[in-house]
Design a protein around this ligand. Sequence first.
Ligand SMILES: [Zn+2]
Length: 122
Amino acid sequence: MSCDLSALTNLDPTDPDAAQRLLDQCTQTLTDPSLWIWAIVFTVVCAAVGALIGKYKNAVVRDTLLGLAFGPIGWIISLVLPAQKPKPLCPQCRKPVDADDKHCRHCGVALRAGAKIGTGKP
Ligand SMILES: [Zn+2]
């Protein structure tokens, strides 16, 4: 007896233990460690491939999460999404800063002095 819908339709209604045996077998199938090892390895591989795609799209976190959540479909979504622009670099320390930062968060040098006046941003 296998654990699928055909086993359910072929269940003998006169045998009171048949349903319990089928349930036990299906439970055994779901708790089989090889199934879980396969699922965990597959999930890690999906996340790693997503991270690899993200490395070339400059969006490692986004594409890793897409690969983790959706597997190969997430890879396709990652490939279709536009690449993120690299962050601008601080002219002083050459570390990445946000485009709307007033000061470098690494070395504290003022970025684009006076450019924020009148923009309404804090
Ligand atoms: Zn800096």
